[in-house]
Unconditional design. Structure first.
Length: 934
């Protein structure tokens, strides 16, 4: 206790320094006066009495220092002293301080911005009550993980689990409003989408506005502890079969579409022709467990009223209903819950062997927005963090060069301190304190800069997405992790750029410096390899960033040039947002399709219109398929191939409209389509898969099974016990642009029996110019119908692999350009510093007859060597990094000669220019002035 009390007393001295110093000075003066008085009484003169008194006390300042050490914390006192001195030195050299702080702040800001995004997505807990006990359930099928559960399965786990205090269900959905919102206005192309080189589908002008609606079980919001901004939340009684239709509005929709009118609570909103009462408004940006903020939240049972599902589907274990999440009971761990869920899953497999075959359940923490990251995602995070770390290293090297130059200017100050007895460690600590203080100042500037930049980026991304996709809500307000990360990066940067210059400065030759001989200290630094190493390091790091950004951008361009096997430049893609949800009868739906096709086909510039059950790009739907009358061992189907084939229902003119040639056989006739004849057109890959080396025309396939499940309203999985192959279409890339479809079937679409939400229109020119006219025709046919439209080539640009490469390349380019700017400044500054230190030498050379071109070559020769070394190191490092990236990113050529050669030459030219400018200035040195230098 006595030691603790002593430390506390010493710590308290730090906060009473001024008062204690005054008391100490008064006490010392009192003691000195007493000793002087005694000496005077002994007959000494006044001067002699004071001298003897000081000798007896051992020196006033020395005694004060001993007292300070005994009652204070010497290390803390020294640190405070160092900080005060460092602040004075930085304030004295404002030009150097501003340049260094701004340079470092750029590097720190980019690093902090990336970590802030990572924190918001992965580390920050959800804004719900007690997020640590929130858990997310996933259903695992033989084909991989599928997080959605059927409604009967959800009820079974909810009612039988003892690990959860509550278990809720959440489902995506889409509703349309007919009369409460105005028709869609023209949508401008967002800046960020245009800059990134991709376009998003847009709502056709004049069509009804779809609004995003999420569906939840009645216990969802109570389980999360949600508090509404206005009104109330959804309750269990709202999720009953006969409950009045109600919705909960998001704060974002309340602001955007209803101008924050408090009277919206209790008002009626018509969705799909059904009147819903708004019972409350959530807080702004409230996500719950969703990934985006919807316009509305509705009870699960409302899906039936909206026509999104039926009561029979709710009871069907083969129809998925939503994403379950639950709250663990106190004292129950995730492993305990997993063990119980394994038992319940086994019971379900026993009771329902057909529906639950090979199904299992996994439970993970739901504390964060992203419960789990795939290995590929971690690779992207690692690559991004490496890129921004390289930028910070460039900034550190830049500031290190400034500190080297500043150390030369401070050589006499450092020598004086060494001559007065300061130890080299003490001097090194002081110089490092200045560097760390610089880093902290840069961090103080970089943190708000990072937050502002990230906020601007999120706003731009949100503006680029259609409103009916929901609202992006990312919490980027700095928290303790972000502050700690910024502090760590700032201190680490301060040590990184300050250690070597401080170590070099502390080795100053005292005699040479005190004699005003600038050669000894300056030439040693000038001749050291530090300058060349710093230049080479900056060039290498910059080259890695620029080459890999060029590879990513060229990879995305290469992806866009891939021939998918069908026409994309002159085809428009139109998608109706489920007119079946408007409670239209089957005849009306069929008539709606016919009217739309007729009106659009008669527009000037339109060549043909076809129907399909899904888009030719990204329309992924599988069905089991097997040749009829062929033994399993002779089917030619490898075990590694998928157990089925992709498929789409199409009208007879589909192949002509999209330019897909029939390489053998024929397409459907109108009679076969209208009569729903058991015929099929297959892809070349399907023919090779089932009948290698044979003619498949006339062969037969069994497609699907009797237990057909719902794909989406209006379409069930196909089933045909025996379908005749009548044609073979050229292979296309519809399910994955990286490779040819492994197997694809085209089934006849009956325009008299089947409706579809997808129309494809072939035009004479750019289809984007006809989208507005198509929107007007949609409005004339049905004002309540929301229709999304886009040229088909924009759908290619939205392929995930293209988007990742494109955005990754753009972000890497931004970081690379910043690195290029910093590296160029660094090269320029270092060469300028070298020229300034060699002014006397250059003057002597010119006085002895050296020509300007010789002086220019002398300086440039010294500058370009580390530049070439940096380029060589950068090319090698870039090759290693690009090989790692090419393993995960499509279209990336790891050794693209254009990217490597182009970027290397560009960087060499810019670096050489940064060397040439100060070298040219060296040729203007007046020999007479130079000879009088120092």
């Amino acid at each position: 206790m006595s030691k603790l009390r002593g430390w506390l007393l010493r710590l308290g001295e730090l906060f009473q320094r001024d008062r204690r110093e005054g008391e100490l000075a008064a006490e010392m003066e009192s003691n000195l006066a007493l000793h002087i008085e005694e000496n005077l009484s002994a007959g000494m003169s006044a001067g002699e009495a004071r001298r003897k008194a000081l000798i007896k006390l051992g020196g006033v300042e020395q005694t004060k220092e001993m007292v300070r050490e005994r009652r204070g914390l010497p290390l803390v006192d020294a640190l405070v002293q160092d900080l005060r001195f460092a602040a004075r030195m930085l304030r004295k050299n404002t030009g150097f301080t501003c340049v260094a702080v701004v340079t470092l702040a750029l590097g720190i800001a980019v690093n902090t911005a990336l970590f802030t995004a990572f924190d918001a997505l992965v580390l920050r807990p959800r804004a719900v009550e007690d997020p640590d006990r929130l858990a997310v359930l996933s259903r695992i099928t033989p084909g991989g993980r599928d997080s959605r559960f059927s409604y009967p399965d959800y009820l079974y786990y909810r009612d039988h689990s003892r690990s959860f205090s509550d278990l809720s269900l959440f489902a995506f959905g889409m509703a349309v409003t007919s009369s409460d919102l105005p028709a869609a206005s023209p949508e401008a192309t967002p800046r960020i989408a245009g800059a990134a080189g991709f376009q998003l589908p847009q709502l056709l002008q004049g069509s009804a506005q779809p609004i995003m609606c999420f569906f939840v079980s009645g216990n969802y919001f109570p389980m999360l502890g949600a508090t509404p901004l206005l009104g109330r939340i959804l309750l269990p009684e709202d999720d009953q079969a006969n409950a009045p239709p109600v919705v909960l509005m998001s704060g974002n929709s309340w602001q955007r579409q209803f101008h924050s009118d408090p009277k919206v609570v209790g008002s009626v909103l018509h969705l799909n022709g059904v009147a819903f009462t708004v019972v409350g408004v959530t807080s702004l940006d409230y996500l719950a467990t969703a990934s985006s903020v919807p316009d509305l939240w509705a009870p699960l049972t409302a899906k039936i009223a909206l026509g999104a599902t039926t009561s029979q589907e709710f009871e069907n274990r083969l129809v998925v209903a939503g994403f379950p999440s639950g709250r663990l009971k106190q004292g129950v761990s995730l492993s305990d819950a997993q063990a119980e869920l394994n038992v319940l899953a086994a019971q379900l497999r026993t009771q329902y062997p057909e529906a639950e075959r090979n199904m299992s359940v996994n439970v993970v923490s739901g504390r964060n927005n992203l419960s789990e990251l795939d290995p590929e995602a971690w690779a992207v995070v690692a690559a991004a963090m490496t890129g921004v770390a390289l930028l910070l290293l460039i900034a550190c090297a830049n500031v290190a060069s400034l500190l080297l130059a500043r150390a030369v200017a401070r050589r006499k100050e450092i020598a004086v301190r060494l001559a007065l007895g300061a130890g080299r460690w003490r001097l090194l600590r002081q110089l490092l304190t200045e560097s760390i203080l610089l880093g902290l100042l840069a961090g103080a500037l970089g943190l708000p800069l990072a937050t502002w930049t990230l906020h601007l980026l999120i706003v731009e991304i949100a503006a680029a997405l259609p409103s009916f996709w929901g609202t992006i809500a990312l919490e980027i307000t700095p928290d303790i992790r972000i502050f700690a990360y910024t502090l760590f990066v700032s201190c680490a940067a301060g040590i990184a750029f300050g250690l070597t210059p401080a170590f070099e400065a502390s080795k100053a030759d005292v005699n040479s410096a005190l004699k005003e001989d600038g050669t000894a200290f300056g030439q040693r630094l000038n001749r050291s390899r530090l300058r060349g190493i710093l230049i080479a390091g900056q060039i290498a790091a910059c080259l890695v960033l620029l080459i890999n950004s060029a590879l990513l951008l060229r990879g995305s361009q290469r992806a866009l040039k891939i021939d998918p096997g069908y026409e994309t430049r002159r085809v428009a893609y139109l998608e109706m947002y489920d007119p079946a949800n408007l409670h239209y009868s089957q005849p009306r739906l069929l008539q709606l399709n016919r009217d739309l096709i007729f009106r659009i086909a008669n527009l000037p510039g339109v060549q043909s219109v076809t129907q399909a059950s899904r888009s030719p790009i990204g329309g992924i739907r599988w069905v089991s398929v097997a040749p009829v009358g062929v033994a399993p061992s002779t089917r030619g189907v490898q075990g590694s191939e998928p157990p089925g084939a992709g498929y789409s229902y199409v009208t007879p003119n589909y192949f002509e409209t999209l330019g897909i040639p029939i390489v053998r056989g024929r397409t459907f006739t109108s009679q076969e389509a209208d009569g729903q004849a058991p015929v099929v057109v297959i892809s070349e890959a399907t023919a090779r898969r089932f009948w290698p080396g044979e003619d498949p025309i006339g062969k037969r396939l069994k497609i699907g099974s009797e237990r057909a499940s719902m794909s989406f309203p209006g379409e069930k999985d196909p089933f045909a016990a025996s379908s005749e192959v009548i044609g073979i279409a050229r292979d296309v890339r519809s399910m994955d642009l990286r490779k040819i479809d492994e197997s694809y079937l085209y089934l006849p679409l009956s325009q008299t029996h089947q409706w579809t939400s997808t129309l494809l229109t072939r035009t004479e020119g750019d289809p984007a110019t006809l989208l507005a006219a198509m929107g007007r025709e949609v409005r004339r046919v049905d004002a309540n119908l929301p229709v999304i439209g886009a040229p088909l080539y924009t759908m290619v640009s939205m392929d995930p692999y293209f988007v990742v490469s494109r955005i990754g390349g753009l972000l890497a380019s931004i970081v690379g350009v910043l690195g290029l700017l910093l590296a160029s400044m660094g090269v320029y500054g270092m060469v300028s510093y070298s020229v300034a230190q060699r002014t006397r030498e250059i003057g002597i050379r010119m006085a002895l007859g050296a020509q300007r071109i010789q002086v220019l070559r002398l300086v440039v020769d010294e500058g370009y060597r580390p530049i070439l070394s940096g380029i060589a190191m950068g090319v090698f490092a870039s090759a290693c990094v690009s090989r790692a990236l090419s393993a995960t990113l499509f279209g990336l050529s790891p050794l693209d000669p254009v990217a490597f050669a182009g970027v290397s030459l560009l960087l060499f030219a810019i670096a050489l220019l940064a060397t040439w400018l100060p070298a040219r200035r060296a040729t203007d040195v007046d020999p007479m002035v130079a000879l009088r230098y120092e």
